[in-house]
Write a protein that binds this ligand. Structure first.
Ligand SMILES: Cc1ncc(COP(=O)(O)O)c(C=O)c1O
Length: 394
């Protein structure tokens, strides 16, 4: 396998191992266990003296292909595939912490991620400070002697705020803390957190990596030493492993990731520009537009815009519901990264559990809508929005 392959090649060939049949498509090894020729061979495998699998909760061949392919793409030394994105996030954070430790996290997080650091971690004596992560001074101010982890998502869900990953990593390195980045919204194609200095990257593979709305999955990527010291035992003994069937589905999904993300980004960019000119729309937030409030950081750390667009309708919740209900090509769904364009109203769905105050802090108003652009023809999407916007009462 060549490390110098470009992403499109890595994503088709990376990590593939073939059985004795020489199959073209990756094989699904749906097995719980593995047999050994002799007792001595079993003993040697358990001692780590020979390579090979022991039990599917620890690792298995199809998952191994998926992990290796993700490592190539991300530039990581090692990875573990998990049953969902949330299994990846919670494992990446909790595996390295103990009672008395402290997390600093950007407050603009996907709801379940926020619950893990804000509600779950404190139950085990791990404290968390949530900050406005856009300002590096806030990260610095929140540091305590016990700070061990910095956690962030960039761009954020749903308001597409951006955090200076290299800046956060510099602060973390000064105190020996680890930076964990949830890179779902950027995709592995447009942002490389490890190159920017982050220590651990997590994905919900459910999103762009599958990209066709089929199965859940997640992955944690880092250097080998971090995985060996922190994740290895946690992963084996708490059991968040991905199903081999899902690993196979994701291996097939990831082959077309660059094609899909390119089309989704072009569609998102066109729709963002179209919406920005409409009277019904108060503001559009899109990382590919020059008017994004953090365009300078985006230019430094991202190589593409985004497949998501966030916008605010002047008419509040009524206008948001009217728009969503009038769309025909674009479907109402809280999922994202799919081949199908999906739209959601965060205040009543993904972010409904936050207090009004917390929503306001994140810039989520009653009129905020999040679009995940699919791979349809952009003309059909623009026509769909034009027709639906005309239904909104002024
Ligand atoms: C940014 C982000 N992180 C994590 C997750 C969780 O992923 P999953 O649904 O695969 O558990 C999501 C899901 O929407 C997400 O948007």
């Amino acid at each position: 396998m060549s490390k110098s392959w470009r992403p499109a090649t890595q994503l088709v060939h990376g990590g593939t191992t073939r059985s004795q049949h020489g199959e073209t498509a990756e094989a699904i090894f749906l097995t719980q266990g593995f047999v050994y020729d002799t007792s001595a061979a079993a003993e040697a495998r358990f001692k780590g003296e020979t390579d090979g699998f022991i039990y599917a909760r620890y690792g298995s061949p199809t998952n191994d292909m998926f992990e290796k392919r993700m490592c190539m793409l991300e530039g990581a030394e090692d990875a573990r595939a998990t049953a969902s994105g949330m299994a990846a996030v919670s494992a990446a954070i909790l595996c390295q912490l103990k009672a008395g430790d402290h997390i600093v996290a950007a407050r603009a997080l996907f709801g379940s991620c926020r619950w893990v650091v804000e509600t779950l971690a404190p139950k085990y004596g791990i404290e968390c400070t949530l900050i406005d992560g856009r300002d590096l001074a806030n990260w610095e101010k929140a540091i305590r002697k016990s700070t061990k982890v910095f956690f962030l998502e960039s761009p954020t869900n749903p308001t597409l705020e951006v955090i200076d990953i290299a800046g956060v990593a510099r602060l973390a390195n000064q105190i020996g803390a680890k930076v964990v980045v949830d890179n779902v919204f950027a995709t592995p194609l447009f942002q490389k957190p490890l190159e920017l200095g982050a220590h651990v990257v997590v994905y919900s593979a459910t999103k762009h990596i599958d990209g066709q709305g089929r199965c859940l999955g997640g992955v944690v990527l880092s250097d080998k030493a971090w995985i060996d010291e922190n994740l290895h035992d946690y992963f084996r003994h708490t059991g968040p492993a991905m199903s081999p069937f899902n690993a196979w589905t994701l291996l097939k999904g990831i082959e077309t990731l660059p094609l899909r993300v390119k089309q989704q980004t072009e569609n998102a960019s066109r729709i963002a520009d179209f919406l920005a000119d409409r009277n019904e729309v108060a503001r559009v937030i899109y990382p590919g537009r020059k008017d994004h409030p953090q365009a300078d950081i985006i230019a430094k750390q991202m190589t593409g815009g985004s497949t998501l667009v966030c916008f605010e309708l002047k008419g509040g919740k009524d206008a948001a519901f009217a728009l969503q209900d009038a769309l025909e090509v674009v479907k109402i769904s809280n999922n994202l990264g799919d081949a199908k364009s999906l739209i959601t109203h965060p205040a009543t769905t993904t972010h409904k559990n936050l207090t009004d105050e917390a929503r306001a802090e994140l810039g989520i108003s009653a009129g905020t809508v999040r679009l995940s652009a699919g791979i349809e023809d952009s003309e059909d999407l623009i026509e769909d929005f034009a027709r639906a916007l005309s239904r909104i009462k002024a």
